[in-house]
Design a protein around this ligand. Structure first.
Ligand code: ADP
Length: 182
């Protein structure tokens, strides 16, 4: 373990854009470099901390508020938090930014057509068939970040490219130790 500051990498984007995939890979790399890391993922958090909530705007906001509280406690105690949440509302993400230590907004961007093609969890097919109400990108809004700190295009980059983009950004700000990428 090394001495380091806490920060919150907040991965936002459509379902299937690659938030979990990239966050997991970044987690591995940060641990390898000796940082303390916790990953909070929408899918798992919703089975535990916020299993009472659905997908209305109010419930989505409550979901993020609770997660923010956890991220706040961890980040102020020098733990790195990787948060992977669709978090479709700009205002809600701005709230997270205000509440936690060193918030970094990572926009995991892939066109909705690509996410539909991937349909990792089979949810788009159901949402398009009208079987899932309030499904982001189909029957619910997604407000893309206007000025993300890091912008990933997972339809154009490999997973490794995206991980390196995040790591480079963190290195440039002195948040993780620099390594040569030879
Ligand atoms: P989310 O967490 O945003 O819902 P997931 O990470 O669960 O998305 O799913 C993204 C899917 O897209 C995975 O099956 C992953 O393997 C695939 N994929 C293809 N190319 C990429 C890429 N460059 N970056 C991230 N994921 C990718």
């Amino acid at each position: 373990m090394i001495e380091h500051a806490g920060f919150v990498l907040w991965f936002t984007g459509l379902s299937g854009a690659g938030k979990t995939t990239v966050a997991r890979a970044v987690e591995v790399e940060l641990r390898r470099r000796g940082l303390r890391v916790e990953r909070l993922d929408g899918d798992t958090v919703r089975q535990r901390l916020t299993k009472d909530l659905g997908f209305t705007k109010e419930d989505r906001d409550t979901n993020i508020e609770r997660v923010t509280f956890v991220a706040q406690l961890l980040s102020r105690n020098n733990v790195v938090v990787l948060g992977a949440f669709i978090s479709p509302y700009r205002e809600t993400r701005d709230y997270v930014r205000q509440e936690v230590t060193n918030f970094i907004e990572v926009y995991v961007d892939a066109p909705i057509e690509v996410c539909i093609d991937r349909d990792v969890k089979g949810l788009y097919q159901k949402a398009i068939a009208g079987e899932i109400p309030n499904f982001t990108g189909i029957s619910d809004p997604y407000e893309p970040p206007e000025f993300p700190d890091v912008h990933l295009r997972t339809d154009q980059e490999t997973i490794d490219d995206s991980v390196m983009k995040v790591l480079k950004w963190l290195e440039q700000r002195g948040l993780v130790p620099v390594e040569s990428h030879a």
